[in-house]
Design a protein around this ligand. Structure first.
Ligand code: PBG
Length: 344
């Protein structure tokens, strides 16, 4: 028996590279793991998206996103202040537009006194040092829930561009720091960049949702902005086919040429291969969106006791970093920022 064991040990230890290489050596202690860690997650890598609504002192839970609420502007200011105190570099605002203000032309998107513009002005006045990111897309404003304008039963690219450019200018005027077109119309980055330059907004940044897939992971977001129930059909004629990644590279190349400062890959977790390729190929600031569906999956898994909350959240965010994300939009941003601060 002893001889057999000795022979077995001899067989194992004489394998090439062993024991010269024992990858477990550096894994043994916490300090050692920290010393060889290849990627880091900090508060600077997080963007906190939240939803604003009309009213005063109003907070309304979003049912499909446990722990997420729509906030009236006064409470949104408070949230922005907390975000700034936690060191979060930026927040992203999304409006819940009153149903009566939605129409086929998304007129309210271009109203300089609309909810989002008032929220931006109010937050800028009270919390000047946090970056504000606004979506450029028409779905919170249309009566049909699509991101563009419908002409003869189709989402009309060039007609949509006209409205999107006006929406972009109105939001820039309100003081939005980063415009984030998430509509997936062709040519919108170039059209917006030209319009911004012409209007003197030369420092307004464009974060293009260059690679946005027609995904099943946006459902809870559509509840949050109230567009889900109104949506007729799907978004496959403008958002990308999940089967494609060569096309993603073309989208990014075009948007960089048209003047994007940063690009977004969305959703996140199922598309880390695309994120990795984009970052490696273009080297441009590359963001990823941990979408509402990803948030809901994790939250519900945690609620059901199947998943450990902290471990799963920190792990997924680190995986985004490892794949190449410079920043991650996540509804967990405040919670994670608090944890990172406590660990400091
Ligand atoms: C609007 C928009 C969507 C999201 C961000 N901007 C939804 C969609 O395109 O249908 C999704 C965000 C999320 O799911 O968290 N165009």
């Amino acid at each position: 028996e002893r001889i057999k064991r000795a022979e077995e040990k001899q067989r194992v230890t004489s394998q090439p590279g062993f024991p010269a290489t024992r990858l477990r050596r550096t894994r043994m202690q916490d300090w050692s793991r920290r010393l060889v860690r290849e990627n880091h997650l900090g508060v600077d890598n997080l963007v906190w998206p939240f939803f604003v609504m009309e009213g005063d002192g109003v907070r309304q839970p979003v049912e499909s996103m446990p722990g997420v609420e729509r906030l009236s502007i006064d409470l949104a200011i408070q949230a922005a202040r907390e975000a700034a105190e936690l060191g979060l570099p930026a927040i992203a605002l999304f409006p819940y537009t009153e149903m009566g203000l939605r129409d086929a032309e998304a007129s309210e998107a271009c109203n300089p006194a609309n909810l989002i513009c008032r929220a931006v002005r109010a937050i800028k006045a009270e919390v000047p040092d946090i970056g504000i990111i606004c979506d450029v897309a028409l779905d919170p404003y249309t009566s049909h829930g699509h991101d563009g304008i419908i002409v003869d039963g189709e989402i009309d690219n060039d007609r949509s561009l006209e409205v999107l450019v006006r929406q972009a200018l109105v939001q820039a005027e309100a003081g939005c720091d980063i415009l984030a077109p998430s509509d997936m119309m062709d040519g919108r980055i170039g059209a917006m960049r030209t319009a911004l330059e012409d209007a003197g907004y030369i420092n307004t940044k464009l974060l293009s949702y260059a690679v946005k897939y027609a995904s099943g992971f946006y459902g809870p977001f559509r509840d949050a902005v109230g567009s889900g129930a109104m949506l007729k059909g799907d978004k496959q004629s403008y958002q990308m086919d999940p089967a494609n990644s060569e096309e993603a590279m073309r989208e990014v190349a075009l948007d960089i040429a048209e003047g994007a400062d940063m690009v977004m890959i969305k959703p996140g977790l199922p598309y880390l291969d695309v994120l990795y390729r984009v970052k490696k190929t273009f080297g441009i600031p590359t963001f990823a969106y941990q979408t509402s569906g990803e948030y809901a999956m994790l939250s519900v898994g945690v609620e059901n006791g199947c998943i450990d909350r902290n471990t799963a959240i920190m792990e997924t965010l680190m995986c985004y970093r490892r794949a190449g994300a410079d920043a991650i939009f996540t509804y967990f941003a405040r919670e994670v920022a608090e944890r990172l601060k406590a660990e400091d």
